[in-house]
Ligand binder design. Structure first.
Ligand code: CP
Length: 318
């Protein structure tokens, strides 16, 4: 594996999930593979889970890591080509090229601007990074996708369904938020879930919040949250800003919050969220703190999702 940008870089999703869950059972089986190898982790946006789970995954494989938080630790980076750099000190071109000399795998978190849809959805920044890097690149969340999160999410669903032994209904539900948030988790989750035929997938969101069809076209989309919840086995809550009126907050209706009452409409569904989550805005405490909440299992699986991707890349280096 030379690049991990999206699910499209994976030839067999079921096999990847199976191998990731095997690593969870025996995390140190491939310690020899990372000997004398370095993974660089570069963050243009903050992180808790991605940063630490990737470090833990690298440790499990015997790799060294370095981490750079661009806004805190580095020079101000210029993203645009042809700029007269009066303000910014270093161009992305030199920064990525140099960092890629200092590692064997480069993992990067970028960001959307949420104002220019074409710029974000063409993944201009991530594509530049792929172009400038001399080593394989892992997407730790880009402008439009968050594949490591989604791999951990489908691993979690696999664990709760005895590896998709029977059909299950998965609902991705929009939930309110105070800030304008990216589409990356929702897009990526839709993309990955759509690769698993045992999953009956529904998206529910307010009007004008429909996701980009390229990622969500295999889902049944409804603007009626209660209808969506009926017979659901998994409720995945997430806020995203509007795709149609790009980056805008069009709905602040707290009726969309995930509540205990709404969870009663489901088939005793498990509650999922990628975290961080705003309590009593996105989801009621009583749901998040209940036995049906599997958010910590999702967070734990972030380790093994990263680990299987790093492992496949390290294997392709040797
Ligand atoms: N879910 C997730 O990516 O969390 P962080 O932003 O903390 O990495």
């Amino acid at each position: 594996m030379k690049k991990f940008f999206s699910v499209e870089d994976v030839s067999d999703v079921h096999n990847l999930i199976k191998d990731a869950l095997s690593l969870k059972k025996d995390p140190y089986d491939f310690q020899h593979i990372g000997k004398n190898k370095t993974i660089g982790l570069v963050f243009f946006n903050p992180s808790l889970r991605t940063r630490i789970s990737c470090q833990k995954a690298a440790f499990n494989l015997g790799c060294h890591t370095w981490v750079l938080d661009i806004h805190r630790d580095s020079w101000k980076i210029e993203m645009n080509d042809g700029s007269v750099m009066n303000i910014t000190q270093e161009h992305l071109k030199e920064a990525i090229s140099v960092m890629s000399i200092y590692c064997d795998i480069l993992a990067v978190r970028t960001f959307p601007n949420l104002s220019d849809k074409n710029y974000d959805y063409q993944e201009i920044i991530f594509n530049k990074i792929l172009n400038y890097s001399r080593v394989p690149v892992v997407n730790m969340e880009s402008a439009t996708l968050h594949p490591l999160q989604s791999l951990a999410d489908v691993m979690t669903i696999a664990e709760y369904t005895s590896f998709f032994r029977k059909k299950c209904k998965v609902v991705l539900s929009w939930a309110p938020h105070v800030k304008s948030l990216p589409h990356s988790v929702a897009n990526s989750f839709s993309q990955w879930v759509s690769k698993i035929e045992q999953i009956d997938f529904t998206i529910t969101c307010p009007e004008k919040y429909d996701l980009y069809k390229k990622f969500s076209n295999k889902a049944y989309t409804t603007h009626n949250q209660n209808e969506a919840f009926i017979n659901a086995d998994f409720i995945y809550a997430k806020n995203w800003s509007s795709y149609l009126n790009y980056g805008k907050i069009l709905c602040k209706n707290s009726d969309w919050m995930i509540t205990e009452k709404k969870m009663k409409l489901t088939n005793k569904a498990k509650f999922m969220h990628c975290l961080p989550v705003r309590r009593n805005i996105v989801v009621e405490d009583t749901v998040l703190d209940s036995n049906s909440s599997i958010v910590l299992q999702q967070a734990e699986n972030r380790i093994y999702a990263s680990q299987i991707i790093f492992l496949r890349m390290l294997q392709s280096l040797s």
